[in-house]
Design a protein around this ligand. Structure first.
Ligand code: ADP
Ligand code: MG
Length: 241
């Protein structure tokens, strides 16, 4: 049964897009059929990260009723499919965010895993991505502001009558100044799905316009993303070769 997995946060810049792309690519490397959707319509990034910045038909056209969803799906060279949003401000007009749920349902007929890269914050755009989800993953960083905002998102999810599958702590460097994982878990009271280390190869992969797990497969963050993907598909005992 296909799943829609929404990658959300509270605070911006914590690593949602990086996680959506690399979790998606890792699931794809395990043979799953994956579609990554840029549900961050106001500040879209997926196309930029994966080398498809300008596309003729995007999620914007689908949400404004101008195109069919199947016409807005592109295949990345890795085999992962993407549904990008438009970079044009003009195309933010007449968007019906609530239509995302209906679109997500249709996407479940096309792929096993639909990964929605959400906007930050608690606005309509972020809420639409939460309402479309079967599984919600909150990304945070090991620092008080990010965890505080993650808590807000988690409360919002509760108000929507949904549950959070768990959290991913990204950019963990193990430094003394960062918030210990045990404190983060005490504060959020949510399951820990994965810890992604701070990794200087992440920005390099963005420049190379491909997922880190393909540009730097042996890097520490790549290993952590594969472990996260393995956990989500029930391969709890997955070990790197
Ligand atoms: P968001 O989608 O939440 O706004 P991004 O995924 O765009 O966040 O990440 C924000 C910035 O942090 C980017 O410049 C990205 O390259 C960098 N980044 C994300 N995760 C890591 C990491 N594990 N190690 C190093 N840099 C990272
Ligand atoms: Mg982003």
């Amino acid at each position: 049964m296909a799943r829609v997995i929404t990658i959300t946060s509270g605070k911006g810049g914590v690593g949602k897009t990086t996680t959506a792309i690399n979790l998606g690519a890792a699931l794809n490397s395990f043979g799953k059929d994956v579609l990554i959707v840029d549900a961050n319509l106001t500040t879209p990034n997926i196309g930029l990260h994966l080398g498809a910045p300008m596309v003729p038909i995007s999620l914007n056209h689908v949400l404004s009723g101008k195109a069919k969803v199947s016409d807005a799906i592109y295949e990345h060279s890795s085999g992962t499919k993407i549904l990008p949003s438009s970079l044009s401000i003009k195309e933010l007009k007449n968007l019906n965010h609530s239509k995302l749920k209906e679109v997500s349902k249709k996407l479940k007929k096309l792929s096993d895993f639909i990964i929605l890269d959400s906007a930050a914050g608690l606005g309509d755009e972020a809420v639409a991505a939460l309402e479309s989800a079967d599984d919600i993953i909150i990304v945070t960083n090991p620092e008080i502001p990010a965890v505080t905002d993650a808590l807000k998102t988690s409360k919002l999810v509760e108000q929507l009558g949904k549950t959070v599958k768990g959290i991913v702590v990204n950019r963990s460097s193990g430094s003394k100044s960062e918030m210990p994982i045990s404190n983060i878990l005490d504060m959020l009271e949510l399951p820990l799905l994965g810890i992604i280390p701070e990794d200087k190869n992440v920005p390099k992969s963005v420049l190379m316009k491909d997922a880190l797990i393909y540009t730097h497969p042996r890097s520490r963050a790549s290993k952590a993303y594969r472990k996260l993907a393995a956990k989500l598909i029930g391969k709890e005992n997955y070990k790197e070769a």
